[in-house]
Each structure stands twice: as structure tokens, then as C-alpha cells.
Design a protein around this ligand. Structure first.
Ligand code: PLP
Length: 227
């Protein structure tokens, strides 16, 4: 992030950069969505992004999003909000009601609860299966070895609207093999959406076929303490 410039200026610079990189990778720039990750930033920052034309947002905690977004969604019906942080089953009902996509489906118990909630609320947010490509013990996500069976089960057994995959590569590692692995798994299942790439690695993610870049710091600046 460059200090002293506005959210609007950062967004416009990023849009240009992303389009250039997409074209350089032989991809359609419109196929690469920019998600503004607003966690820990106040509603005023989101409003600034909305005024600059941004419509796709991400939050990693249900509680924080529930405090910030209902009013913004009411004022901007075309705003789309994705959950990108771990989801506890006891928050699944709230998540189904609030989010347009849940990107962190990673275990059978959660799949079951989401299927039940979607039926109960008659609301079907898009789902992404999160894959723990680095097989890190402390990180959420289904293990790569279990991903094929889990994706198939989500679709066949629970009839869930799985549209793509999501990953967060290990800190300090080359993200390229992780993005390649995610793309490979998605391809086997005919899944077209790949949520990968953050402020530090989005340029690589574009080359590996990302369709949603999750950018926080690059748009809103450094994060302070969570709300
Ligand atoms: C916070 C977060 C981001 C954004 O991270 P930046 O490095 O600030 O761009 C992306 N994805 C997930 C899952 C996050 O929690």
C-alpha cells in the first residue's frame, strides 16, 4: 500500500494493474474479480469503496460482518458479500442469511448444517470448498488428499451449490505450487471459480487462473485491532 492516497485511488490503480496482468496472462480481465476485504476496517471505509464503484466485499468473521453490512446492503442492493474466514456450525444460520457466498466449506459436519439451513431459509449462497493446500495443522481447509471425495459428497449427497475452491498458501512460501494444486483439483470437478491471491501474492494468482482476488491491505491499508 502507498501511504497518503485514498481508497478510491488505490482501487483504481489496482483495477488497472489487474487488467494488465490478466491480459499479459492471456486472460479476459473481466474474468478476474477484485474482492475488497474489509475486516477490521470501519463501515466508513466500505462506503468509500462503494462510492468508488466497488461492489464485491469479503469479511472473515460472521459477527463483525453482521454489525457492519446489513445497513450497507440495504443501501446498495447490488453489494455482494463473501465469508472468507472459518465458520462454526453454530453461526451457519446467520452466515446463510447474511452472505452471498461462503468460501470456507471444509468439513462434512458443516456441509450438513449448511444444507439444512439453506433448505430452512430457502436461500442458497454460492459455496467454495476451502483446501488446506499446505497441509498446515493450524489452518482450516480440507486436506488435498480428501478434497475429491469431499467435493463429490457435497454435491451428490447434500446437493450443495459448490461453485469453486479457495486456498490460503502458507506464509513465506512460494504460492505458485499451491495455486497450481487448487486449479488442478477444480479442473477435475469442472469447477470454474478459484478464490486465491491476497495483497502479497495476487499477481501470481492471476497467472494461475484466479477468478477472485481477496485484497485487504492493498485497498484499505494496514489493519489495526479487530472491531
Ligand atoms: C484478511 C484476509 C485476506 C486479505 O489479506 P491482505 O493480505 O490484507 O490482502 C484475504 N483472504 C483471507 C482469507 C483473509 O482472512
Amino acid at each position: 500500500m502507498t501511504p497518503g492516497i485514498t481508497i478510491s485511488e488505490r482501487l483504481s490503480a489496482l483495477r488497472g494493474r489487474i487488467a494488465d496482468l490478466a491480459r499479459a496472462a492471456g486472460r479476459d480481465p473481466d474474468a478476474v474479480a477484485l474482492m475488497a476485504v474489509s475486516k477490521t476496517h470501519p463501515a466508513e471505509a466500505v462506503v468509500e469503496a462503494l462510492e468508488a464503484g466497488q461492489r464485491l466485499f469479503g469479511e472473515n468473521r460472521v459477527q463483525e460482518a453482521a454489525g457492519k453490512y446489513p445497513a450497507l446492503k440495504a443501501a446498495h442492493p447490488d453489494l455482494r458479500l463473501h465469508l472468507i474466514g472459518p465458520l462454526q456450525t453454530n453461526k451457519a444460520a446467520e452466515a446463510v442469511a447474511l452472505f452471498d457466498a461462503i468460501e470456507t466449506l471444509d468439513r462434512p459436519r458443516l456441509a450438513e448444517v449448511l444444507a439444512r439451513e439453506m433448505a430452512r431459509q430457502n436461500r442458497r449462497p454460492d459455496l467454495f470448498v476451502e483446501v488446506n493446500t499446505g497441509e498446515e495443522a493450524q489452518k482450516a481447509g480440507i486436506a488435498p488428499a480428501d478434497a475429491d471425495a469431499f467435493i463429490a459428497q457435497c454435491r451428490d449427497q447434500w446437493k450443495l451449490p459448490v461453485v469453486g475452491l479457495m486456498c490460503i498458501p502458507p506464509d513465506g512460501e512460494n504460492p505458485a505450487p499451491h495455486f497450481a494444486l487448487l486449479r488442478e483439483i477444480a479442473k477435475r470437478h469442472g469447477l470454474t471459480r478459484l478464490s486465491m491471491g491476497m495483497s502479497a501474492d495476487y499477481e501470481t494468482a492471476i497467472r494461475f487462473g484466479s477468478t477472485e482476488l481477496r485484497l485487504g491491505t492493498a485497498i484499505f491499508g494496514a489493519r489495526g485491532t479487530p472491531l
